[in-house]
Design a protein around this ligand. Sequence first.
Ligand code: FES
Length: 65
Amino acid sequence: MLVCDCNEVSYEMVKEAVKKHGDNLEAIMQETEAGTTCGCCLEEGCDKVDLALPLAIAKALQELE
Ligand code: FES
C-alpha cells in the first residue's frame, strides 16, 4: 500500500516508524521522508496515494495496540 508517491513510502515503512515514534508525525516524516516533497500525502483526500500519511499512522497505531 502506497503512502507517499514522491518518496515511494509504503505502509509497512510507516508502520515500522510508528513502532519507534508513536504518533509523532514529524519524527515519522523525518525517518520515512513521507510528506516531505509535494505534501499531498499529508492530506487525507490525496489521490496520488492509497492511504494518506495521517490515515496510515492511525491504522498502524490501531494495529500495534
Ligand atoms: S506524495 Fe508524499 S510528498 Fe508527494
